[in-house]
Design a binder for this molecule. Structure first.
Ligand code: GLC
Length: 552
């Protein structure tokens, strides 16, 4: 039944709120996506991951779901959804939906009933506990929300606390309850019966909490992880969900797996375990951030060491490749340093460095035209996480200034400014007032300008890259070997399969760099690169990226 089609896929992630608005309310929507299906097809990807489009009060832009079987009002109707799905399938594009199953919205009917009394059948859908202290007015344990502050909220109605590992409007579901697990399987089946091809499983590694909910080791930012990341029944629950839903379809699943190291990955994705097909490992994204929030200097060897480790996953495991998503700042600048007037070279170099590796690549909307971080004033940040960071930081001396410095580099808002389609009013994203400020860079960085940029078009490069990659067995199946791993300027590696060899050489610096080429790859034909006349063994120009086919 399983064709494992994802091994030949390149996935494009859409953050619907910011992609394209069709009706002038300033919020992206499904008809906006429909109007851009030819664009997505032209980019040469063959799958889409759609961030949540379900009914939601939008405390966390759709990651707080109030009805899993209906479409968010601002995004359209189920008819629009059906048309969008058909439009994708007609173009040979698969659709992966976002499955947010660790928590719901507090406005979901299950939670509304759950909080109403202690003895209703939905009480046990969530995690309720008595408080500590004399009057029970202290939270049940010291776990923190990923957005900051305690992970518990006191509820007056019944005088108990509920757990929320994210915002207080996102109560955690109680996966210990078989009825909850059945609800989730039914939801997956509902969408797969409609023809959806798989799921990106939101913070899925948090679903099983250790019995007794013990206090976590002291950590002022993220406390409690050791009691719920890959918790005791995680594997049992995911295997069950696979059996009751995913395995019945030719599906693909990718789990968001914050906190999972390379060493732990095989137990999550080995085919034999029949759990998730793949995960997003975040180790490479943490090489320039402490605890995912505090930026520190980017050093290439640290980064490539992690990527190389993940290239050597045991057989039976499949990797994913990404530098951006809706929770991360833009990759340009972050991994390239100051690129000055070399935005084309830097953006295309990153694309080559990632996509010539083994695994399924994910491209985030706007990455294909080299969109960049935005300069925000404090009041421009809209993300629940940024607002929470400011609220907490405001209580300590210099806190605001520190928060400002971190968010300037780290805020999730950077990835969420509207897609830049043209230099026209509102970047062609909407005819109304955009829900979130536009990045002023849209005057020069936009789809229309990029497509007209001739041999400096990032979009055209991505298109070429995808055409080269999809169906290429050396890239799909080949061995991977890094050359000169400790090099602080250049990321280079060799892929080989059945007598065919590709050498990939990427200069991460905005300067000329000499890179000694091993004898075995000293002769090769340029098959892809961001400078037309790259020659093997020549000094590398700023951000030069080249793929050579090595003759026997
Ligand atoms: C994931 C999502 C993020 C969301 C969080 C809570 O990390 O990617 O956007 O805020 O889960 O659902």
């Amino acid at each position: 039944m399983k064709t494992r089609w994802y091994k030949d896929a390149v996935v494009y992630q859409i953050y619907p709120r910011s992609f394209c608005d069709s009706d002038g309310d300033g919020i992206g929507d499904l008809r906006g996506i429909i109007s851009k299906l030819d664009y997505i097809k032209e980019l040469g990807v063959n799958a889409v991951w759609l961030s949540p489009i379900y009914k939601s009060p939008n405390d966390d832009n759709g990651y707080d779901i109030s009805n899993y079987r209906d479409i968010m009002d601002e995004f359209g109707t189920m008819e629009d959804f059906n048309e969008m799905l058909k439009g994708m399938h007609d173009r040979g594009i698969k659709l992966i939906m976002d499955l947010v199953a660790n928590h719901t919205s507090d406005e979901h009917e299950w939670f509304v009933r759950s909080r109403a009394s202690k003895d209703n059948p939905y009480r046990d859908y969530y995690i309720w506990r008595k408080g500590r202290g004399k009057n029970g007015k202290k939270p049940p344990n010291n776990w923190t929300s990923r957005f900051g502050g305690s992970a518990w909220e006191y509820d007056d109605t019944t005088g108990e606390w509920y757990l929320h590992l994210f915002s207080k409007k996102q109560p955690d579901l109680n996966w210990e309850n078989p009825a909850v697990r059945k609800e989730i399987a039914d939801i997956c089946n509902f969408w797969m019966d409609k023809g959806v091809d798989g799921f990106r499983c939101d913070v899925i590694t948090y679903i099983s909490k250790e019995e007794g909910l013990p206090n976590g080791k002291f950590n002022p930012i993220m406390c409690g992880d050791e009691h719920f990341v890959l918790g005791p029944k995680y594997h049992e629950y995911i295997h069950e969900l696979n059996k009751n839903s995913w395995s019945k379809y030719d599906s693909y699943t990718v789990g968001e797996s914050t906190g999972i190291t390379y060493e732990k990955a095989p137990e999550c994705i080995d085919e034999k375990r029949e759990e998730l097909d793949t995960i997003f490992g975040f180790e490479h994204m943490c090489t320039d951030m402490y605890m995912e929030v505090i930026p520190h200097k980017f050093r290439l060897p640290r980064f490539t060491k992690v990527l190389t480790k993940w290239q050597n996953l045991p057989s039976g495991c499949w990797n994913t490749l990404f530098l951006e998503n809706h929770d991360q700042p833009r990759s340009l600048g972050r991994f390239t340093g100051d690129y000055g007037d070399k935005r084309y070279e830097a953006a295309t170099m990153l694309a080559v460095a990632m996509q010539m590796q083994k695994g399924t690549p994910f491209v985030y909307q706007g990455q294909e035209i080299g969109m960049i971080n935005c300069k925000f004033r404090d009041e421009d940040y809209l993300d629940v996480m940024a607002r929470q960071v400011f609220a907490i930081a405001g209580k300590i001396p210099f806190g605001k200034a520190i928060a400002r410095a971190c968010l300037a580099k780290r805020a999730r808002d950077h990835a969420r400014t509207p897609m830049q389609w043209s230099a026209c009013e509102n970047a062609g994203f909407t005819t109304g007032k955009p829900w979130m400020m536009l990045n002023p860079s849209y005057k020069t960085i936009n789809v229309e300008a990029d497509k007209n940029a001739g041999d400096k078009s990032i979009f055209a490069f991505y298109k070429k890259l995808h055409a080269f990659r999809i169906g290429n067995d050396v890239i799909k199946c080949g061995d991977y070997r890094q050359i000169d791993g400790g090099n602080k300027d250049v990321f280079a590696y060799i892929r080989s399969y059945e007598g065919k060899t590709l050498a990939v050489i990427c200069n991460f610096k905005n300067k000329q760099v000499n890179f000694p080429i091993p004898a075995e790859v000293s002769r090769g034909k340029l098959v892809l690169g961001n400078y037309k006349d790259s020659r093997i063994g020549q000094p590398l120009r700023p951000y030069e990226a080249a793929v050579y086919e090595i003759g026997k």
